[in-house]
Design a protein around this ligand. Structure first.
Ligand code: HEM
Length: 208
């Protein structure tokens, strides 16, 4: 069962796997706070360009239903406002884990999520570097804050997807995660071996 306690645990487990320097942190939150007004003002352009990009590519376009764009624009606008006006804390990241799963149900794959998460950082990078009132050093701080934000939500979303698959296998055929991990490792090792890679004693691969 998915509830917010469970989702916060998923988020925490993903964040714990990230070296602390790579995580979104409270300084990043403070940097973003200094620019809330400008970031909110860029929202409509971000939303428009986000969906022009997603609708403009065959694989991502295929996810959407006829006439869905206005609803999607509303969800991303709400996401943007929440991100900029509410604390980015564990509850926020738990919510992101849930949002990630909502995408899984619609067949949105991890590469699509990773790409659009980067898209947000790229957009901010472009906008902030053109902003005359923000000096270069501060612009870099804003970009780095969004880079860590994007990495953190991406880590949570992809981890959530992985966990959902593991849970599904357990629910359907009762396969434990440890067994799945062992079988995955063995199978990958076997196929890499067949592809001409041999395991060295140091357990790294060298081409055979
Ligand atoms: C970092 C990237 C993304 C963010 C932050 C984001 C954010 C959101 C949010 C907040 C919602 C509303 C969830 C809810 O109902 O509570 C949503 C829904 C949705 N998003 Fe995204 N999204 C992202 C990427 C994508 C991509 C790449 C696609 C498709 C290729 C996509 C397609 C959808 C669809 C189809 C829904 C509706 C889900 C449903 O209720 O059936 N999103 N998104």
């Amino acid at each position: 069962m998915y509830d917010m306690t469970k989702m916060n645990q998923v988020a925490k487990a993903a964040i714990n796997q990230m070296p602390p320097e790579s995580r979104f942190n409270q300084e990043d939150a403070a940097v973003i706070d200094r620019h809330t007004e400008a970031l909110l003002a860029w929202g409509p352009e971000l939303v428009e360009r986000f969906y022009d990009t997603a609708f403009g590519h065959e694989a991502t376009n295929a996810v959407f239903r006829e006439g869905e764009r206005p609803m999607r624009e509303k969800s991303l606008t709400d996401f943007w406002v929440k991100t900029l006006t509410k604390p980015i804390d564990l509850d926020y990241f738990g919510w992101m884990a849930m949002v990630g799963l909502i995408h899984v149900v619609r067949g949105v794959e991890n590469p699509m999520m990773l790409a659009m998460s980067s898209f947000i950082t790229d957009f901010i990078s472009e906008k902030v570097s053109q902003e005359p009132t923000v000096d270069a050093e501060e612009a870099l701080r804003v970009v780095n804050a969004f880079r860590r934000f994007s990495s953190t939500i991406s880590a949570i979303i992809t981890y959530g997807y992985d966990s959902a698959r593991v849970n599904a296998l357990f629910d359907i055929i009762g396969m434990e995660e440890s067994l799945l991990q062992r079988l995955t490792k063995q199978t990958v090792e076997k196929h890499l071996g067949e592809a001409g890679y041999i395991m060295t004693e140091k357990r790294s691969f060298i081409p055979g």
